[in-house]
Design a protein around this ligand. Structure first.
Ligand code: G3P
Ligand code: CA
Length: 316
């Protein structure tokens, strides 16, 4: 264990307490709040009638029972999303009333078999429901816009939908406990002019933003890249892998981002060995819990301001 005090870093419940309940359900968010999450995170995609709902992808066969519903079989489709061909059922092809008839399922039944007993219990929540829950329980909300360039290409303006929904909930003032995150650049730049809410540029370990061909996430992590991000965002949300295995090196990376004027949030800490950095795995079962607390303490040591986790109940 590191001999350093655990500094205050916000606990961001990644899709809710998704290590213990099917992700993106009110049950997952409620449990996360009980467990002490500071923020709850919904990924957002729109319905056919323009309502944002909490799902990680617009293709929903992995997290709902839609593939078992004969009345929707004919809506199976193949689409190209951010340059990748995807086959399944897409939120933008269903009205909210239709989506509300579905029930959520555990995304990782083989890794998290203990969660399968919750399959079929919970509907897909709207963003408004998740935001209202956060407001009622006095925690923050950390929405992510998924694939805004794709949705713009089919005539759906998801940044506008998000800002309108936040306004509707009274979560649009500078002091609201809200971070808006996106992997794309254009929507963040546009929202900078429209809202005082905090904006977060997500940075993956590889590739680049879907809306800026040729731009690489690796370049965003250079000093010049970080300074550029700071012109339109308040924080970076970076893949933990970008910090590497050496805590001193990781601390230097975090310090460079902070020197550019950015807060640093990292994703995603999960308790199962398969998802933990190698140094924190325990035993040979990839699905058994590893040293989550040790990994959390390292995030503290390196100075990050927030950590996305599937397991807020495990935070030391
Ligand atoms: O939003 C931070 C992190 O959640 C990004 O990855 O794929 O889990 O949305 P993803
Ligand atoms: Ca996310």
């Amino acid at each position: 264990m590191l001999a350093v005090p655990v500094q205050a870093q916000i606990i961001i419940a990644h899709r809710g307490a998704s290590g213990e309940r099917p992700e993106h359900t009110l049950a997952a968010y409620e449990l996360a709040i009980e467990q002490g999450a500071d923020y709850i995170e919904p990924d957002l995609v729109p319905t056919k009638d323009g309502v944002l709902v909490a799902r990680h992808e617009n293709e929903i066969s992995g997290t709902t029972d839609i593939a078992l519903r004969p009345e929707f079989a004919s809506r199976k489709a193949t689409k190209t999303i951010d340059g990748k061909e995807v086959t399944g059922w897409f939120t933008e092809d269903f009205t909210l009333a239709e989506l509300l008839t579905l029930r959520a399922r555990e995304r990782l039944p083989e890794v998290r078999p203990q969660n399968v007993k919750f399959d079929g219990l919970y509907p897909v929540p709207t963003f408004a429901e998740v935001a209202a829950l956060a407001k009622a329980k006095k925690v923050g909300i950390y929405p992510e816009l998924k694939h805004p360039a794709y949705f713009s290409s089919i005539g759906m303006d998801t940044p506008d939908l998000l800002l309108a929904a936040l306004r509707q909930e009274g979560l649009d003032g500078a002091d609201a406990q809200v971070f808006i995150q996106c992997f794309e650049v254009g929507p963040l730049k546009r929202m900078r002019a429209l809202t005082p809410l905090k904006l977060v540029q997500l940075i993956a370990a590889g590739g680049g933003p879907a809306d800026v061909p040729g731009k690489r996430y690796a370049d965003m992590m250079s000093d010049a890249g970080l300074r550029d991000v700071a012109t339109y965002a308040d924080a970076v949300g970076i893949d933990m892998a970008l910090l590497g295995d050496d805590p001193n090196q990781a601390a230097a990376t975090v310090a460079r981002a902070k020197a550019a004027g950015l807060a640093v949030h990292v994703w995603t800490l999960r308790r199962e060995n398969r998802f933990l950095p190698v140094a924190f795995r325990r035993g040979s079962d990839p699905d058994a819990p590893g040293d989550f607390a040790g990994a959390w303490r390292v995030m503290s040591f390196v100075g990050v301001d927030g950590v996305f986790t599937d397991n807020p109940g495990e935070v030391p």
